[in-house]
Ligand binder design. Sequence first.
Ligand code: URA
Length: 240
Amino acid sequence: MRLDKLLTAAGLTRAQAKRAVAEGRARVNGEVARDAGLRVDGMQVLLDGRPVTEPGEVYWMLHKPAGVLTAVRDAREKTAFALLPEDVRRREPSPIGRLDRDVTGLLLFTTHGELLHRLISPRYAVEKVYIARVEGTPDASDAETLAAGVAFSDFTARPARLEVLEEGLVRLTVTEGRYHEVKRLLAAVGHPVLSLAREAMGGVQLDADLDAGEGRPLSDDEIARLFRAAQLDAEQNDHP
Ligand code: URA
């Protein structure tokens, strides 16, 4: 981790962190640090003589509303990232996968690079569960088609599990995150999506108490589920 990132994680704004370094108030392994970009992993860092320790990772759940981009930054459009509380944003967590602008529901954020990588990599086949309102109502043969893996011109989708919840309302479980995959799969069986929401990912459900736009940190149990889904050793989970 860079020195400036560690200082911001410890509660300073970026500007304050830069100024603290420029003013010689930060020491790394006993030496006054001059470079805010210095990597300080495993080193002792003092600010104004007091130790600054590396904080735990961020694991955050957001109920993404419609109309916001998943992108971390966008010059013109509202982003999901901007809906995180400031102290969480300062840690610069990344979204775990993307949801289209019109898609709502569970969007997870983390600073844990390896967890992020595995949860979105098709290799680990992490389940993502969507609820879709569709035109018409799919039948058993549509479910079979989706379970067999639909072939598109650019890729063949992995098998997806379809459950019809009620007329025009389905749950679809996929294990990869191709661009517009759920919309494309349902359109391919003749039931275009009217609205789409993600309900769960890697065994973590969207908290029904969160209104659109709200979020909260993941519980220990939810973090453990993600680590299991990503086939990662729980020891790599260094949240506080
Ligand atoms: N599939 C889609 O079509 N859109 C999303 O946002 C996520 C999955």
